[in-house]
Design a binder for this molecule. Sequence first.
Ligand code: KG4
Ligand code: ZN
Length: 358
Amino acid sequence: MSAVSHNPADTRVVLGIESSCDETAVALVRADRTIIAQRIASQEAEHAPYGGVVPEIAARAHAERLAPMIAGVLADAGLGLGDVDAIAATAGPGLIGGVMVGLVSAKALAMAADKPLLAVNHLEGHALSPRLADGTLGFPYLLLLVSGGHCQILRVEGAGRYRRLATTIDDALGEAFDKTAKILGLGYPGGPAVEQLARGGDPKAAALPRPLKGSAEPHFSFAGLKSAVLRTVEGGAHTPADIAASFQQAAIDCLADRLEKAIADHGSAPALVVAGGVAANQAVRSALQGLATTHAMRFVAPPMALCTDNAAMIAWAGLERIMAEGTAFTGDPLDCAARPRWPLDPDAAAVRGAGVKA
Ligand code: KG4
Ligand code: ZN
């Protein structure tokens, strides 16, 4: 492999592959933050009949689509594999079948083209995505990472350097949005549908709980909120729009309360940053903007297309690592493993609760 002798100063274009959930995505990103080409294939249609992602169906769809998409993105850019400096793929956390499809494809490309492999943590892709969109965002920053699988507050010190300040003890926030959508009969995927319905509702209509609000422990909990939504729907006293708006407001209140606590306990940072699928929510974004203003922090949210799963953020996380490691960069070994769980902060203390999302 040329990986060991690779000169990082020349590594300027990375091919990124994302396949950890229900989006198959491929992108070519240059170190100057240009997304040269990208393709995203959603599997919404395949999973919609089941009301959620079916892992086996997801893995098969990734396997069918990925190779032609890689060829397509290279063709869109007018580049060959030889023009690419490294191959980055999500290596976890996520649905393991899909992760393996993407990672094994990246290994094959890296081997065939004699390029370094980058096994990227999907969460790191989300965590660094705001820096792909905004070259003025420096380290450190306080990050709220809210996706379908995770809800965490992190202090981002640099590429590969994360301190987890809080996480969820049960459901992730995106999961709570998806379950609320299911209860309200809005179908899958639920987040955007709940947001849309909430626009016409009264956020004060239904009295819903704010789990762990004011708690001395720093974490999130959304399972009780979801159950309260179910009871409220069954109660029949409120319109779906009022319930959606009340749910969204309760979730936002929890986010704000936990962020306030993180700032009180660990201090402020120059910027408050939000990333992950739920960061696409306008009500969440404007609440966070207000919180940042109160604390004299800059607020940064990536453009919508970079919030939900995509491959540009995976390629960018690879580029950040190449730049951070400098001449020490060699890439990852071809026998590196796909990881269903992969915490960004391996030193973070374990939290109470079953089914905890690292
Ligand atoms: O980051 P992402 O695309 O995939 C994961 O890594 O999990 O996040 C997907 C999650 C889903 O739960 C989806 O319902 C939620 O993000 N989501 C939203 C919105 N758009 C996507 N939640 C609330 N409002 C939205 N507009
Ligand atoms: Zn994601």
